[in-house]
Design a protein around this ligand. Structure first.
Ligand code: SF4
Length: 305
């Protein structure tokens, strides 16, 4: 069949991964088992398997063509207009990509809902970076915000994420998107923190709506995201927020150490929070190996190890 939109997008420069080649496993229409209120695609009926999709052969041939034209691709990103793990031949596709990718990394961006299906769990184990969403911990919030397909169970997802983190030898990143009045209440934030501690991902990206959403919902403020980051003590939290306010302050050595003990800070956090003198102190702590700069799948964190 022919596709009105391309399977491949890119290569495009990515802030985290260098040059990224995007693979859209659902190029013609939205195919998803969620219909999130904040989705940037049009609302659509949920489904549990894709009905229209490119063959493994077509995807691999497109990747080979791109490799010939652009030999310096750093990462192949598996995504979709919808949910990429609904692609019926996911494991076979990943096996074929792994045969030809050489040093190129693989990344998948998924809503996380299918992780408890054995074949998908196994397929995810073969990908270099797995980034999954987790917007809510209570089934009520999950249903309301992510408008899930019947039968998807948040408890089973969290249990599988805990197992996955223990088993994977690769990078596992979680993403939480906060929406005003839906998952920004104290109770839900605490429940998320408890679940995230058990899952123990390498990194948690937190953010809010920054593109026109499918339904009438509102973003949360930067202050709310900062509060969440401070609640998620000891976790590598990366705040993603467009036009983040710059509020630099002066911190002494004791304050810097105690802040980093509470939570690791990204380079972006430092740029937005530290005045020049505080940065000098931080760099000295780095030179003295009291603070370390640790890479977590493309995001650098200042940490006390
Ligand atoms: S999981 Fe992603 S594609 Fe699916 S509805 Fe939610 S935001 Fe849209």
């Amino acid at each position: 069949m022919s596709y009105s939109n391309s399977i491949i997008f890119g290569p495009i420069p990515s802030r985290r991964f260098g040059i990224s080649l995007g693979i859209d496993l659902s190029p013609n229409k939205k195919q998803c088992n969620f219909d999130c209120l904040y989705c940037e695609l049009e609302p659509a009926k949920t489904m549990d398997k894709m009905v229209e999709y490119p063959s493994v052969k077509e995807v691999i041939s497109e990747i080979k063509n791109s490799f010939e034209k652009h030999p310096k691709i750093d990462v192949i990103t598996l995504t979709a207009n919808g949910e990429p793990t609904l692609y019926p031949h996911l494991e076979e596709l990943i096996d074929e990509i792994n045969k030809i990718k050489n040093n190129t990394k693989t990344l998948i961006l998924s809503n996380g809902s299918t992780i408890y299906e054995k074949d998908i769990y196994n397929a995810l184990l073969k990908i270099d970076t797995v980034k999954l969403s987790l917007d809510c911990v209570s089934q009520k919030c999950f249903k309301k915000l992510d408008r899930i397909h019947n039968g998807i169970d948040i408890n089973k997802i969290i249990e599988s994420m805990i197992l996955f983190r223990k088993e994977t030898k690769n990078i596992f990143v979680l993403e939480v998107l906060f929406v005003k009045t839906l998952n920004d209440k104290e109770e839900e934030i605490q429940a998320l923190y408890e679940a995230i501690k058990k899952i123990n991902p390498h990194r948690v990206d937190i953010g809010t709506i920054d593109r026109p959403p499918a339904y009438k919902v509102q973003p949360v403020t930067f202050e709310l995201l900062e509060k969440v980051a401070n609640t998620f003590k000891g976790i590598n939290v990366n705040i993603a927020f467009k036009n983040r306010p710059k509020q630099t302050q002066s911190f002494d050595e004791t304050e810097i150490i105690s802040m980093l003990k509470r939570r690791p800070l990204t380079k972006e956090d430092i740029e937005n929070m530290f005045d020049e003198n505080s940065k000098v102190i931080l760099n000295r702590l780095l030179d003295e190996s009291i603070v370390s700069l640790v890479d977590s799948s493309g995001v650098n964190f200042y940490k006390i190890l």
